[in-house]
Design a protein around this ligand. Sequence first.
Ligand code: BDR
Ligand code: CA
Length: 310
Amino acid sequence: TRKIIIDTDPGQDDAVAILLALASPELELLGITCVAGNVPLDLTVSNARKICELAGRRDVRIFAGCDRPMSRALVTAEHVHGKTGLDGIVLPEPTMPVQEQHAVDFIIETLRAAGDRSITLVPIGPLTNIATVLHRAPELAAKIEEIVLMGGAYFEVGNITPTAEFNIYVDPEAAKIVLDAGVKVTMMPLDVTHKAMTSAAWVQQMRDLGTPLGEAVASWTDFFERFDMEKYGSGGAPLHDPCTIGYLIDPTLFSGRLINVEIEVDSPLTLGMTVADWWRVSKRAPNATFMGEVDRDRFFALISDRLATL
Ligand code: BDR
Ligand code: CA
């Protein structure tokens, strides 16, 4: 099994990623660290708790992390995820505990105690917590097996500005620190996640599970779909964040290229752009595997098979 920490800002698609991880024996979830992103930190923490309670997993350790980007004001995405961040269905107020330790301290402590290249970090929100860890304790990069993140966009360009994807845009300085850390990085950009669109049949399959969890996933998807429908005219909701967990379970679902990816942190026009050297026209060293394709049918079959077990 692979030891993972999910760093998240739930978010309907974050929720599906967390549930998929909880349903997967290949992965040992050491904890969930929350960050401000789609909605402010207090809501992302309470959403993470609701999601774990929905899965009957009150034992999962949940940590609150950074409440704003490293050097900018927080930008949120209620226009996509709704006021709560998890709009679509009303879940009970959570009662499971939040750990007292700060998320950054938890990650640092966990990495310190771990062997070399033994922990995988899965950031599916802005990269503030992860970058703060690497900034405070750069030597801990050696303990990380891989960082599998959702973020960035290249051919598919942006969803929050014409050139930037939300997670990178919110904290571009943090994204730069992560990509410069010398860790093995795998990125799921919009180029691949916009190919991971739910179908009406799949949503129905979730609903047909006849469980509160199946109903929640279907209702979240219905809500989340609206944004893409209005914006891109496409049917279905993109399951961005679950691509990271899908990759950890079965890497053959995805393909991409090991290339150089740099983050724009200066230009007001293209702030947060992931400048991906897909055609390898620069001499810059490769620092990330930038995914481009997903085997959509197998990916969605994996999610529904796994969620049926919860
Ligand atoms: C990313 O931004 C958030 O809105 C989603 O949860 C996902 O992590 C997509 O750009
Ligand atoms: Ca997210």
